[in-house]
Design a protein. Structure first.
Lengths: 254, 254
DNA sequence: CGTCGGGTTGAGGATCATCAAGTGATGTGG
DNA sequence: CCACATCACTTGATGATCCTCAACCCGACG
């Protein structure tokens, strides 16, 4: 019963997972959770750059990162990629195939990662029998929708700095939800990824970060980010003036 | 059995609805369809400007327009609205509350409309018992997700003209899906709505339309649009050069 | 006929994309 | 251990795009 194998399995089971309350098992327990647990496949570690699925692949499973982060991208006909979303641990990946049964985007690991894979047809089977799972599945899908809407909220903001502030603020919040610091984190993605996510040029993102640092709002070194003045960041994110109000700063005035 | 009341009901039932194959009933028939039909409420006509729900309202139902169109909007703290999406007949409205149980946006009728209202808890109940409905519900949600992704695809395009071309092209496709002409239609929304949807200034949208007309790609009079050169429109939508290449054209030459 | 809302058009200037060069970390091979 | 290559990022200069402000047009409607 308690063979090493079982222990290993238990250690990785949903009931032991720190993301339990954010993931599909939220609100489910006992034998019902076991039913879900049975169909979850824990895959070998994924290497940076590896893909969970590609455009056109038929919908086999949905995925959740246990750790590590992913981006989903589409490729425009002229070859360059658009970043549709970033996926932190606990956030469902692969829902883009729900509509047509085939994936419309690719999921790429931003760093080494571990994922759980849930065969989709089995998931819906179990969901039909476990009301709590059906509810939670819909809730998780809803969260994904909300993130897309937040993303649009960034894209529609005209000023590059607003988009960037919004991005950093939102990312912090998402880190908080998975139990990490919302003010000090390492960006899982490159500047280029951020740019393609925000609809900006790479250089504009870089300049935006620099500007926020100059204004004492954040502290950046490469991918390490610390949010120093969360209030000001929030203000900027919501269309506040560009100039810091208290911290008067001379801006290359001729 | 065939009292006028029954007839009236039948005429409006899902099984009689022209949108059946695009809507929740797709792939369902017989007694199972009846079960769905029973929980659907057909509401009195909705007037232009009326709202199906407001921000903060708890999730009571999802909605589908039988005719007419809606927009969903969020209000930024400084009061101006962002258009999250347009909803043509057959497209589910209200999914934004799936995640948190409360609506994050408002659904506003763009013109007079008729909607079906499906109480959400009953919908999930029936879906748990009718596998076909569960599948279709997920598929419809997936379509909504896809539209959001298409929307992002427009927002990320840098050039205003690309966004506008993409918008018109996509709208045409959606009209086609509901059995209307994809090349000749009346925009249900104002220029301002389009602008807030595309993240552009109202004037830029107006100029974009004019430009497309000058180039012989479309024919616009107010909200009436005819797509004259669908090929060229597609080309422009995907980042083709602004100037028409073959069809050399004198621009606004008297 | 006057007004009002929605739409178009024009002029000017700020923002951001583009091109281009420079920096700094990391890794590789001699 | 040091040159050297590579990659991610930063910084600078310039010009096009599109936002802003403003006027104007037009059709609807009282």
């Amino acid at each position: 019963m308690n063979s090493p194998l079982d222990l290993a399995h238990l250690r990785r089971s949903c009931s032991q997972c720190s993301l339990q309350q954010l993931c599909l098992p939220a609100g489910i327990s006992g034998p019902e959770l076991d039913r879900l647990d049975e169909i979850v496949r824990r895959r070998r570690p994924i290497a940076r750059g590896e893909r969970l699925f590609r455009i056109g692949d038929s919908l086999e499973a949905v995925y959740v990162a246990r750790d590590g982060a992913f981006k989903t991208v589409t490729l425009s006909e002229d070859g360059d990629e658009q970043v549709l979303g970033f996926h932190l641990p606990g956030e469902l990946i692969g829902l883009d195939a729900l509509g047509g049964g085939a994936h419309r985007c690719e999921a790429v690991a931003l760093g080494d990662a571990n994922v759980c894979e849930v065969p989709f047809s089995q998931l819906t089977d179990v969901a039909a029998q476990v009301p709590g799972l059906q509810q939670q599945l819909l809730r998780v899908i809803g969260h994904s929708l909300n993130r897309d809407h937040d993303h649009m909220g960034m894209l529609v903001r005209r000023q590059a700095n607003e988009r960037i502030a919004l991005f950093l603020h939102g990312l912090g919040e998402r880190f908080r939800q998975i139990g990490q610091s919302s003010t000090q984190f390492k960006l899982p993605m490159s500047r280029e990824d951020v740019a393609r996510y925000l609809g900006l040029a790479l250089e504009t993102v870089s300049r935006g970060f620099t500007r926020l640092q100059e204004d004492g709002v954040i502290d950046v070194h490469g991918r390490r980010v610390e949010i120093v003045d969360i209030e000001e960041l929030t203000r900027l994110a919501h269309g506040g003036e560009d100039e810091a109000p208290r911290t008067r700063r001379a801006r290359s005035t001729p």
